[in-house]
Design a protein around this ligand. Structure first.
Ligand SMILES: Nc1nc2c(ncn2[C@@H]2O[C@H](COP(=O)(O)OP(=O)(O)OP(=O)(O)O)[C@@H](O)[C@H]2O)c(=O)[nH]1
Length: 304
């Protein structure tokens, strides 16, 4: 066989191998072009068809909007800004966005690409990867780090974050925001009499009672030990006080599986004052709680 024929066969072989490989990679390699007039297209696109299902590649070679139309509207401006920045500064494009599939399924895509200035615009060479699993895993980790293991309620960290958000809304719009601090009475005695496992059961049931008593917008959290907190957005003290009172009564009446009436709580309540810091709000609610304990427990005390 003449050597130029064998070289040609070798080249065809490696092209075939390259084609096979790009079809099997769990993502896409691409060239993306944006002209000086803003026209966008994918002159080259190879890889997993699952990434942009239902859009013909030859259409994308002519107009990238067939793919961009699928980008979540919340992510679209960020994606365009990243492209603009990369073209302007000639720095690598690195971004992620949600892409909707024809069946409504949403995938998170990470795109990385190197820009190359051309006379009539910019050509990027890059790859896209489906990172939905990593994003879901990160969300799961975040959920774990925000959750109290025993009761499944939000933990202190989560409460503090949400309080900061709600306080800033309350400051901006002068909307009411209330906070209850709840502490089990003589919980040590419950543990000592019935054992730690039964104590845990009481904490879990109490968490359920608090959650059942409130609206979805309210946040019930376990601060640690036998102390809980409830944040009530858009709720003034005049509404929070009777809610706390009702909750106190329902807990005192609940059968926890140990002698009825043995489980009670003390509750301190305070309403956020515009401009007040998170710590001061907590400190005022805590003062109410302390007073409730001091005056004999199984009480709700509001601090004006
Ligand atoms: N079962 C169980 N007990 C806990 C947990 N965390 C803290 N405790 C117990 O909660 C009890 C809290 O006791 P204290 O701080 O003395 O308060 P108290 O007995 O509730 O008394 P007052 O608050 O003054 O009414 C301690 O016995 C802790 O061991 C937990 O996760 N599970």
């Amino acid at each position: 066989m003449p050597s130029d024929t064998s070289a040609l066969l070798e080249t065809l072989g490696s092209l075939e191998q390259l084609k096979k490989m790009t079809e099997r990679i769990p993502g896409m390699i691409f060239q993306f072009h944006r002209s000086a007039s803003g026209r966008m297209r994918f002159p080259y696109l190879a890889g997993s068809v699952a990434l942009i299902r239902g859009v013909e590649r030859r259409l994308l070679a002519d107009d990238a909007h067939h793919a961009f139309d699928r980008v979540d509207p919340e992510d679209f401006p960020r994606l365009m800004a990243a492209i603009e920045r990369s073209a302007k500064n000639q720095t690598p494009l690195a971004t992620q966005f949600r892409l909707r599939q024809p069946d409504g399924e949403v995938h998170w895509i990470a795109a990385r690409a190197q820009p190359e200035p051309l006379g009539n615009g910019t050509l990027w060479h890059g790859l896209m990867l489906d990172i939905s699993e990593q994003i879901a895993y990160q969300a799961h980790l975040r959920e774990l780090s925000d959750t109290d293991e025993l009761t499944g309620l939000a933990n202190r960290r989560k409460l503090m974050c949400r309080l900061d958000e709600e306080i800033s809304l309350s400051n901006r719009h002068s909307t009411p925001l209330s906070l209850m601090l709840i502490d089990l009475d003589h919980f040590k005695r419950i543990n000592d009499t019935w054992g730690h496992l039964q104590g845990d059961q009481v904490l879990t049931e109490l968490a359920g009672l608090c959650t059942d008593a409130l609206r979805e917008e309210d946040l019930v959290a376990r601060l640690g030990g036998e102390e809980f907190a409830i944040m009530l957005p858009l709720t003034p003290l005049s509404r929070c006080q009777p809610l706390a009172e009702r909750l106190r009564q329902s807990i005192a009446a609940h059968d926890f599986g140990i002698t009825q009436g043995r489980v009670t709580v003390s509750i301190g309540v305070a309403e956020h004052r515009v401009g007040e810091s998170r710590d001061v709000l907590i400190e005022r609610a805590d003062r109410g709680l302390y007073a409730a304990k001091h005056r004999g427990r199984n009480l709700v005390i509001s601090v004006e």
